[in-house]
Design a protein around this ligand. Structure first.
Ligand code: ADP
Ligand code: MG
Length: 257
C-alpha cells in the first residue's frame, strides 16, 4: 500500500517545505521508502536536500510538460530510502503552459501512478498558491496535510484552501481526504501560540496532529547545508519533533486500515 500526501497551504512561509523535507526524511529513517516531489518553482525542497539545480537533467517540469517518465527525473538523496523529483525555475512557466492542454489537472496524477507502487509514501511539496500546480497535487493525492503557522490570523485564508479541497473532491478527486493539520513554528515564550492552538483545534478537532513543531533554529539552518534535520543535527529538538510526526503519520495510516 502506498499513499500520496500533498503538503499544501497557499500562504508562504508556514513550513510546507520544512515539513516536506523533514517528514519525508524521518519516514525514510523509519524504514519507509519515500518519494518527495518538489512542485514549487522556487525549488526549496530540491536545494534543501543538497541537490544542485544546475546538475538536474530532468525536473518535475519535464514530467508535467514534456511527458518524461518520472523514473527518469528521480534523484537519490543522501538519506537512504529517500528519493526526490526536483524542481527548477523552469517550472515557473508550467502554470501558463498547462492552461491550454488537455486534462491539465490530471498530469501529475497520471505520472505518479507510474511509480507510486515502488514507494510507501509519496509527498508533494506544493507552491504558495492555489493555481494549477497545487490543483494537480490535490488531484494526484490521497490526502492533504496542512501546515499552519502559530501566529495571528493563523486561520485566515484557510477557508479558501478548504474550498479548493472541496472543489477538487467534487470534480477531480472524490476520495481526497484531509490527512491532518500541523501546527508549526510555535514560540513557547508567548501566550499567543497557546491561543492559536486552541483556535485551530476548535476548528479542525481531531484532525490536528498531537505533535506541534516549535521554532527551532537548527531547522532553519539545515537547508543551507543541504540536509534534512535528522542528518544535520539528529539530537536537536527539530529532529525529535519531526520524527514524532512521522510516527504519528504511520500510526494513523495503520489505524485506518
Ligand atoms: P513554506 O514552504 O510554507 O513557504 P518554509 O518551510 O520554507 O515555508 O519555512 C519558511 C521559513 O521558516 C524558512 O526559512 C524555514 O527555514 C523557516 N522555518 C520553518 N519551520 C521552522 C521552525 N519550526 N523553526 C524555525 N524556522 C523554521
Ligand atoms: Mg516552500
Amino acid at each position: 500500500m502506498s499513499k500520496i500526501i500533498a503538503i499544501a497551504n497557499q500562504k508562504g512561509g508556514v513550513g510546507k517545505t520544512t515539513t516536506s523535507v523533514n517528514l519525508a526524511a524521518c519516514l525514510a529513517s523509519l524504514g519507509k521508502k519515500v518519494l518527495l516531489v518538489d512542485i514549487d518553482p522556487q525549488g526549496n525542497t530540491t536545494s534543501g536536500l543538497g541537490i544542485n539545480k544546475a546538475d538536474v537533467s530532468n525536473c518535475i517540469y519535464d514530467v508535467l510538460i514534456n511527458e518524461v517518465h518520472p523514473q527518469e527525473a528521480m534523484v537519490e538523496t543522501s538519506v537512504p530510502g529517500l528519493f526526490v523529483i526536483p524542481a527548477t525555475i523552469q517550472l515557473a512557466g508550467a502554470e501558463i503552459e498547462l492552461v491550454p492542454t488537455i486534462s491539465r489537472e490530471l498530469r501529475l496524477k497520471k505520472s505518479l501512478q507510474m511509480v507510486k507502487n515502488q514507494f510507501d509514501y509519496v509527498l508533494i511539496d506544493c507552491p504558495p498558491s492555489l493555481g494549477i500546480l497545487t490543483i494537480n497535487s490535490l488531484t494526484a493525492a490521497d490526502s492533504v496535510l496542512i501546515p499552519i503557522q502559530c501566529e495571528y490570523y493563523a486561520l485566515e485564508g484557510l477557508s479558501q484552501l478548504l474550498n479548493t479541497v472541496r472543489l477538487v473532491q467534487k470534480h477531480l478527486n472524490t476520495t481526497l481526504q484531509i490527512e491532518g493539520v500541523l501546527l508549526t513554528m510555535l514560540d513557547a515564550r508567548t501566550n499567543l501560540g497557546i491561543q492559536v492552538i486552541e483556535e485551530v483545534k476548535k476548528y479542525f478537532q481531531q484532525k490536528v496532529y498531537q505533535t506541534i513543531i516549535p521554532r527551532n533554529v537548527r531547522l532553519s539552518e539545515a537547508p543551507s547545508h543541504g540536509q534534512a534535520i535528522i542528518t544535520y543535527d539528529p539530537r536537536s529538538k527539530g529532529a525529535e519533533v519531526y520524527l514524532e510526526l512521522a510516527k504519528e503519520v504511520i500510526m494513523y495510516e495503520q489505524a485506518a486500515r
